[in-house]
Design a protein around this ligand. Structure first.
Ligand code: SF4
Length: 572
């Protein structure tokens, strides 16, 4: 005899209940985010993007200062029935009745509770009631910003209905692969901790194509990128600090809060404890070989499944990949052309130099051809796989023309040291190529870090094909920045006579940078990253370092429903 079968209705309701029981508990803080903005909930809870900015740290500090007394409790509670878990700031017993306290750093809503704070208190009250086995009918929210204490009378039944509806909505969003739309109220975005990741203004700009986006993307990350180049150094952890130990035994302390990333060049040791510390604080760790080749990175966190899933779907579409590749290459080559034009405006001899006009025309033709091919592909007159092949062909021609003009751009070759006769690599065979390769390796590291910060999978690109040593998407993003972040400052430094023979180590078949040379190159590159410029489409100023991250975020928007702004940057 087979097993007894449940009637279909009973079975489906059993499965529904079972599924709900299996669903992970929702954090009460997440309900707070949900009531604030559904997209914020999605970014934090589903995509696991959390940012510990100054406000969040202040809030944490405030909570740490709340010590429990004889009459109060700080409790961490969870309930399968409610589908919730959370930590109460404070539960207080007043003559046998319990009430919930919630402390907020900011100001009240003109003497009233904000809807998101109210929902949070209702959820805590229900958790506390279940824990104690008695109803909780009162909550107090203390707003430190304006020193207001807002009392909430709680009707347990109404609270249960409200919180259950919110939990159900939270579960729906968790199942979804689509990000909810941006908040209707702009005011919410101005105080949102994830505005820099969400880019609501840039999204509205992409939709409407007009108006100047407000500046919600932060101008700069104050934290530093520390390059360690001296061979034989080691890095260890001491409390909240990283300590660099030099070969002679001396030490330098680096406060963890001030570090965005460590870049270890060559033979530098780092302890497991220091790596754990970096992973927990989202401090990137990147290894480069002594010669400047990128080796590996520590990328903290394993979340972002939904983002990567969307990326695979989008970039698996050859038509979209082709369009992105075309826009990227058009931007790269157009910027090279603009740069050369700019130089010719100040250097009269260039326009008359042999090959100059022909080189410029090749670049211009390449941009026009790419645009023509993109238009043909979008009218379905050109198959997507063929498009990519043609784009690469135009890129190759443009690259040869661009580097073919470099000998004209080098005004001071330091007595023949910096003679340039074309691009070569792996290994570089002259000092200019050694400089180009070293700078591009630094740029590659930054592009990779930007993609990882945004939660994209660097192994899945749209222009470059997978290679063992480099991530295609990082190579793709680099194309936008080679000129801006390295070619331009490098040519400037060469013509300002900043490089000497001592900056290079030469063997018959290879040239690489000496310790001094690497220090100089890193300084040049890092100071370029801090320079500010005005994004010509978004019309706000930001450093080149932030532009890298901005473009990575705009790239993701190409397949999250707000396309059109990625790779629009142009130099003037
Ligand atoms: S920036 Fe605005 S739209 Fe984006 S998550 Fe925050 S509140 Fe929501």
């Amino acid at each position: 005899m087979g097993p007894a079968t449940d009637p279909p209705d009973a079975l489906s309701s059993f499965h529904a209940a079972d599924k709900a029981n299996d669903a992970p508990l929702i954090r009460v803080m997440a309900l707070h985010a949900l009531a604030y903005c559904e997209r914020l909930f999605y970014l934090e809870e589903v995509e696991e993007i959390r940012r510990a900015d100054a406000n969040v740290y202040d809030g944490r500090r405030l909570h740490e200062e709340l010590a429990p007394t004889d009459e109060t409790l700080c409790l961490e509670l969870a309930s399968e029935t409610l589908g919730l878990k959370g930590k109460l700031d404070c539960a207080q017993n007043r003559r046998g009745d319990w009430l919930v306290w919630e402390y907020k750093k900011g100001r009240s809503n003109q003497g009233q509770a904000w809807a998101s704070d109210r929902l949070q208190v209702l959820a805590y009250a229900l958790l506390l009631a279940e824990h104690l086995g008695q109803p909780v009918r009162e909550g107090i929210i203390h707003y430190h910003g304006d020193q207001k204490k807002v009392r909430l009378a709680i009707d347990p039944e109404a609270a249960l209905a409200e919180v259950q509806a919110a939990v159900q909505r939270a579960r729906q969003l968790r199942e979804s692969l689509e990000r909810p739309p941006v908040a209707v109220s702009e005011k919410l975005c101005r105080t949102c901790s994830l505005a820099a990741e969400c880019l609501p203004e840039e999204e509205i700009f992409a939709q409407t194509g007009g108006g100047r986006p407000a500046r919600l993307f932060p101008a700069d990350d104050d934290r530093q990128i520390i390059h360690l180049v001296e061979q034989g150094l080691s890095v260890k952890r001491e409390g909240e600090q990283l300590v660099v130990v030099f070969p002679n035994g001396s030490q330098k302390t680096l406060p963890g809060l001030n570090i965005a990333a460590l870049v270890l060049h060559g033979n530098i040791q780092i302890s497991t404890q220091a790596l754990h510390f970096c992973a927990a604080r989202e401090i990137g760790v990147h290894w480069l070989s002594y010669g400047g080749y990128y080796v590996a990175s520590l990328s903290p966190g394993a979340g972002q499944v939904q983002r990567r899933h969307r990326q695979y779907q989008a970039l698996g579409d050859a038509a979209l990949a082709g369009q992105l590749a075309g826009r990227l290459l058009a931007a790269k080559i157009d910027n090279q052309w603009r740069y050369l034009q700019r130089l010719a405006r100040t250097q009269n001899d260039l326009a008359a130099a042999p090959g100059w006009q022909a080189g410029l025309e090749t670049l211009q033709t390449a941009v026009q051809s790419i645009q023509d091919q993109l238009a043909a592909a979008s009218r379905a007159e050109l198959p997507a796989p063929e498009l990519l092949g043609r784009l690469r062909g135009y890129e190759g021609q443009a690259g040869r023309a661009y580097f073919g003009l470099w000998p004209l751009l080098i005004k001071n070759d330091a007595g023949g040291l910096l003679t340039f006769s074309g691009r070569n690599r792996r290994p570089p065979r002259d000092p200019v190529n050694a400089l180009l390769s070293f700078g591009y390796a630094l740029l590659y590291r930054d592009c990779l870090a930007a993609l990882l910060a945004v939660g994209l999978e660097p192994a899945f690109g749209f222009l470059h094909t997978p290679r063992s040593a480099a991530y295609p998407l990082a190579l793709d993003l680099m194309e936008l920045f080679r000129l801006l972040l390295w070619d331009m400052p490098l040519l400037g430094s060469i013509n300002r006579r900043q490089w000497q023979a001592a900056d290079f180590d030469c063997s018959p078949n290879q040239v690489w940078l000496s310790l001094d040379g690497r220090r100089k190159a890193i300084q040049l590159y890092e100071s370029r990253k801090q320079e500010k410029w005005k994004h010509p489409v978004l019309s706000y100023s930001l450093s080149y370092a932030r532009t890298l991250e901005l473009e990575a975020r705009l790239l993701e928007k190409e397949w999250t429903g707000q396309p059109g702004v990625f790779a629009t940057l142009r130099i003037r």
